[in-house]
Design a protein around this ligand. Sequence first.
Ligand SMILES: C[S@@+](CC[C@H](N)C(=O)[O-])C[C@H]1O[C@@H](n2cnc3c(N)ncnc32)[C@H](O)[C@@H]1O
Length: 343
Amino acid sequence: MRLTVKPENPLEAIALQTRKELQPFLLAMLGMGVSQVVVTAVRLGIFDALNQQPQTAADLATAMNYDAHGMQVLLESLDGFGFIQRQGNQYRLTAVSAQHLTKAGGLVHDFLRLGGDISSQMALLEEDIRTGQVPNFHFDPQSSTCAANYYTMLESSGQQRAPQVIKWAKLNPAPKRMLDVAGGPAEYSIAFCRSYPGLKASILDLPNAAQVGMPKIAEAGLSDRISYIEGNLLDTDWGTDYDLVFLSNILHCLQAEQCQIALQKSWQALRPGGTILINDLFHPGDRGKLSAPMSLFSLIYYVTCGGRTWPQSTVLEWLTQTGFTHLRSAQQQLVLVVAGQKV
Ligand SMILES: C[S@@+](CC[C@H](N)C(=O)[O-])C[C@H]1O[C@@H](n2cnc3c(N)ncnc32)[C@H](O)[C@@H]1O
């Protein structure tokens, strides 16, 4: 999948063919505009408001107490970029926007909302690369809304993804004790406990995540089976004798040496015969083709945590060096799953 600039009429086609500078220029500038406008509209609740009824810019600005001039420009941009449609002076949602960019859109909506916070981190990219110093948004967020939007997005993504990971892992015998490393707001632990009725899970994460996750665990009726170990995974005691150590979407938050520490700690925390299970974004390494979405996610992990998406071959090599055997792995669209054993 690649971003491209597609002509809409013969004149534009000729312009793109004859003026080769237009493709890279428009790609960069349109990309910037589309991103800012859609993320802003999600955060301001514009898609939700237009989902109630088509409106003029003036009426919408009055109803939402926003600036009328700015609203006119924003709605025209959304129309020009194809996210809403103007009929007379009224704006209405396209079917796709109504389904995915309103609150009902779930993960897409929640991720785009977080997009505003990612954008604050992205603004530092030039500085990050000049200095090698990247503010990790888990400890030093660049926007006040970051933590709330982050955990909401993690809840949506965990609910969607957990059943597929559990299905792929085919854990047999059923695990009784699990450590969910950086388990966030508990979605995966909740799903594992529902799949394995004899399972107790410990989630190792930062205090912020525990605050969000604990009410979710109580709501799920699992407070007697899931608890948090609060702390930094790099220097907290993980405990021992787990049947399963689960590392979901944490390696991409870490630098190479930190990933290796996390894998060594996983080894020490598992009982002999225990399983390590990794769920993270897929990266093909030097040999495969890196798609635009794959490179975008790796970039997001760099600007938000100083991490990156680690190639499948690197993850497998680290696991082998740590001592894990019986490795199996699979690419599931943009995601990599890996399982290994401590024999
Ligand atoms: C991308 S989220 C993954 C959450 C969950 N495992 C999932 O797959 O949705 C990363 C999680 O790692 C936690 N985290 C990041 N750095 C950490 C650290 N040094 N120690 C403990 N937790 C950390 C964050 O609080 C967050 O919950």
